[in-house]
Design a protein around this ligand. Structure first.
Ligand SMILES: Nc1ncnc2c1ncn2[C@@H]1O[C@H](COP(=O)(O)OP(=O)(O)OP(=O)(O)O)[C@@H](O)[C@H]1O
Ligand SMILES: CC(=O)N[C@H]1[C@@H]2OC[C@@H](O2)[C@@H](O)[C@@H]1O[C@H](C)C(=O)O
Length: 381
């Protein structure tokens, strides 16, 4: 058993999720115990800087270096905080902060940039730190994302039931897990389904004149009416019809896309609540459309995770669209839905230490299984 800290800040850029976990076992036969978990919000100024870089604002190399340092300091301090009143960990798995993600094309490899360099985190925490998890999958021709499908396979597969694990963070991503028997591993699928909360958060910020950053419980959207004509129009987006493997980010579903949505909505004369209801429906409907188009069959159960799980209106719409397929959360099968991604990076670090692969080629499209992450040792005292 080893104690590992997993650190993650996702596409919502709301803060650093830290999870302190105990991990037992090898490769896909592991068990984990969550000892502590907490979100450490970014200071406002840092968050705004990250969001503006994600929105493609030009910055100098000097500013980039400062940003990289500031993120590493924030990640290191989250790691030290999460273990403060516990027996210390011996390893950190740090995803860092994605500021740019470019999926591969026929002629180019993917490129994915996470800031918050591991060497500095190792130095500041005095703990071996594994970071830059996406690079090796990309070098093997993969999307570099999503990486959680292998962790979902290890922690959430079921001997008889087929499941979809649907993360709704800034971006949505799914792992399809057939029942765990026969050649189940090669039948697993995973990809980014499209927008999760990213567009909703941006729209709420704009519609509330900066007073709100998200639609708490989905209450605002729930008070409006969905414009199905717009949802149908938006679902024509090429991304939803592209077969997996596929990955995306705020580059595609960010500020520019949202402004297009506002323009499209003009002629329908929607209230702010109607607009949010319609945008929420896009998230729900694009998830279900992706399942219909690309899953070998509908799963027997959908387990949600990520912040979108707390958007009760979105959850309700998903259940309606999925009809008889029950929609619950990973909490209900024993895995914390808010901290699953942070836990995943603890597991990825553990696998790297054990020499186990971290990617699932059937999800990322890489040519082979590879070990993920670069190992940074703290300097000896
Ligand atoms: N009570 C709530 N009601 C509605 N939405 C919520 C609530 N709490 C969190 N959220 C949504 O969840 C988002 C954060 O989700 P999460 O932390 O899973 O995203 P992330 O990890 O940054 O994204 P990704 O998985 O794409 O990397 C918030 O930005 C917000 O939109
Ligand atoms: C490039 C990047 O940071 N992608 C994230 C993002 O957030 C959700 C979705 O898009 C997913 O593909 C990925 O994160 C998770 C942790 C993953 O790699 O599985």
């Amino acid at each position: 058993m080893i104690r590992v800290i997993g650190l993650m800040s996702g596409t919502s850029v709301d803060g650093i999720d830290a999870a302190l976990v105990e991990i037992y076992g090898q490769d896909l036969d592991i068990q984990i115990e969550l000892i502590a978990a907490k979100t450490y919000p970014y200071p406002d100024e840092l968050r705004e800087k990250i969001l503006s870089v994600c929105a493609n604002e030009a910055i100098s190399m000097q500013e980039l270096a400062q940003l990289d340092d500031a993120i590493a300091f924030a990640f290191a301090s989250s790691a030290l905080n999460i273990q403060a009143s516990h027996e210390p960990a011996t390893l950190i798995g740090s995803h860092g902060q994605t500021v740019y993600h470019r999926p591969p094309t026929l002629n180019t490899l993917a490129y994915s940039l996470q800031l918050g360099r591991g060497a500095l985190i190792a130095q500041l925490t005095n703990l071996t730190t594994i970071s830059n998890f996406r690079a090796a999958d990309i070098a093997a021709g993969g999307q570099g994302a999503p990486l959680v499908p292998r962790i979902d396979a290890a922690l959430l597969s079921h001997p008889e039931e087929s499941r979809c694990i649907q993360n709704i963070g800034g971006i949505g991503n799914v792992t399809y897990l057939p029942a765990r028997r026969d050649n189940w591993l090669e039948k697993i699928r995973g990809w980014d389904t499209g927008p999760g909360n990213s567009l909703l958060d941006l729209a709420v910020h704009q519609l509330s004149n900066g007073a709100k950053t998200y639609d708490e419980n989905g209450d605002w959207a729930a008070s409006g009416n969905i414009c199905q004509t717009l949802v149908k129009q938006w679902l024509q987006h090429q991304y939803f019809h592209t077969p997996p493997p596929k990955s995306t980010g705020r580059e595609l579903f960010g500020v520019d896309y949202l402004q297009q949505c506002f323009q499209d909505a003009e002629k329908h004369q929607l209230t702010p609540a109607d607009f949010l209801a319609t945008l929420t429906e896009l998230t729900a409907a694009s998830i279900v459309e992706n399942y219909r188009l690309f899953l070998p069959q509908m799963p027997q159960r959908v387990l949600l995770c990520g912040g979108g799980t707390r958007n009760l209106y979105l959850k309700r719409r998903l259940q309606i669209l999925l009809d008889k397929v029950p929609v619950t959360t990973t909490d209900e099968v024993g895995l914390n839905a808010d901290f699953k991604e942070a836990i995943a990076f603890a597991v990825l670090a553990y696998w790297r230490q054990m020499g186990n692969p971290g990617n699932l080629p059937s999800a990322t499209g890489a040519s082979q299984e590879v070990q993920l992450g670069e190992i940074h040792q703290p300097s000896a005292e």
